[in-house]
Design a protein around this ligand. Structure first.
Ligand SMILES: [Mg+2]
Length: 144
């Protein structure tokens, strides 16, 4: 799997609301989980575009495209081969992209938390992801 683009159209009949979320994680299973959980979490949204990358470099290439895609939120794992989530985050900021980034990690440590914060992450959340809590954060941060 290089890149998977899942477009979930829910047709609620409300005003068209489109949310674009990018997930970066080297484990394919994680992407399946996000897909399942987000379908529930975003049941009120007309269109959810979930773009999944198994590597940080693929995500960067996507953001660097000539006509940059609209991205509302990036959720990134930390531990990945080649480029980790911290490096991805600093590269995104170097591109002057103000996209909100949630750093997701199986390693809950103060060091990781402060590093994520220093690099400009909006949130640091630990794995396994508590999707109910994540839903509350999205409501608070974006009113989704
Ligand atoms: Mg990982």
């Amino acid at each position: 799997m290089d890149r998977v683009r899942d477009v979930v159209t829910l047709n609620t009949g409300k005003n068209i609301a489109v949310i674009n979320i990018v997930v970066v994680d080297d484990e394919a299973d994680t992407h399946l989980l996000y897909k399942l959980k987000f379908k529930k979490l975003f049941a009120d949204i007309d269109e959810l575009h979930l773009t999944s990358f198994l590597g940080a470099d693929e995500c960067l290439n996507y953001l660097k495209k000539e006509e940059p895609p609209q991205v509302d939120l990036i959720l990134s794992d930390i531990n990945m081969p080649k480029m980790d989530g911290f490096e991805l985050l600093s590269q995104i900021r170097r591109l002057k992209k103000e996209i909100p980034v949630y750093i997701v990690s199986a390693y809950e440590s103060l060091e990781y938390r402060s590093k994520a914060e220093a690099l400009g992450a909006k949130r640091f959340i630990s794995k396994p992801v508590d999707f109910r809590a994540l839903g509350d954060m999205l409501k608070e941060d974006f009113n989704w």
